[in-house]
Design a protein around this ligand. Sequence first.
Ligand code: NAP
Ligand code: GDD
Length: 348
Amino acid sequence: MGVKRALITGIRGQDGAYLAKFLLEKGYEVIGGDRRSSDGDYWRLKALGIDKEVKIVYLDLLELTNIMRVIDKYKPDEVYNLAAQSFVQASFEQPLLTSEVNALGVLRILEALRVFMPEVRFYQASTSELFGKVQAIPQDENTPFYPRSPYGVSKLFAFWITKNYREAYGMFAVNGILFNHESPLRGLEFVTRKITYGLARIKYGLQDKIILGNLEAKRDWGYAPEYVEAMWLMLQADTPEDYVVATGETHSVREFVEIAAEVCGFQLVWKGKGTEERGIDQKTGKTIIEISSEFYRPAEVDILLGNPRKIYEKLGWKPRTSFRELVQIMMEADLKLVSSQVRAHRTL
Ligand code: NAP
Ligand code: GDD
């Protein structure tokens, strides 16, 4: 068999970059779908040293004919649909756009595949946000869904339409129900990276504090490079099935802040309650964490905790990085990043 060709939508995102690197190392030819933006900066691909190796094509999930032409031209063996409006908070402000991309966008790809490449293997980036107001703890493939945001609801449509095309047309179309996964390449709006980048900037005197929302929310946080391996394994399986991908541990935003602050060398103590609560560095007496209702969600997902037993037993996948190691990797990467930004600024 010749070189396998994979199409990854959302190539500029965190998972797009890690998946591209993983597939290139496996000998794949990687076509990266980019919706096109004015900056044209592939900083994540550059950070992984693969910006020259990925063939970039313009591919916007809003435009059916665009998707059809790309699929017809490149005829990929595997399609990984990672493109999405992926920020839950923004979905409350842009519910229609979020649904156009995350729900109908998936149907557009499936329709194009049904016409041009029904034999393709298709991966849909489903999410633990489907469980939302959780109906059981921990959550697995049999736990009922209860999404809590326009993002979650849009991904619910995507989950079911993927399953429907599998059942109706016999397509190899699967859902990876991935719990939160983070890395130094995570977007700055997500809470983990907001914390590690913000603390690194405080350390270097570039900002005074970070303003956060709900510190009690709990997430099952894993390490992104390991999660893209699970995506690939799902498409190599003998039968198309949906899988939960998670660590099996849950931690609060507060715990994340505490470990990150410790790695950073702060002595964090909490004072006050609710939106009056403050995180103070005992060494300097300065407030480094504040709380604002601006970052609370209209409807919150209080706790996510996944049970990854099925993917371990059937496909042999399991997480390798602990929660503490994850925080440490992200915190150290941001300290290095901010230090290099400071040095670059000084030499200007
Ligand atoms: P991400 O960093 O936000 O990347 C998403 C990518 O989708 C971005 O590069 C974005 O392009 C692109 N995109 C947005 N609208 C588009 C459109 N209309 N057409 C084509 N591309 C579009 O997200 P991620 O963390 O890598 O996550 C990848 C996927 O997994 C997403 O579908 C997300 O919802 C899902 N997921 C993520 C997690 C997680 O914890 N990371 C967990 C479960 C599921 P720009 O770069 O131009 O903005
Ligand atoms: N973003 C953000 N900013 N979140 C905050 C903040 C803040 O200042 N303060 C507290 N949080 C809380 C949120 O209320 C939420 O409960 C939790 O931190 C995590 O928020 P995010 O990091 O924005 O991620 P998410 O869990 O909403 O969504 C991510 O994971 C999903 C999988 O469960 C995204 O990657 C989604 O695309 C993904 O599907």
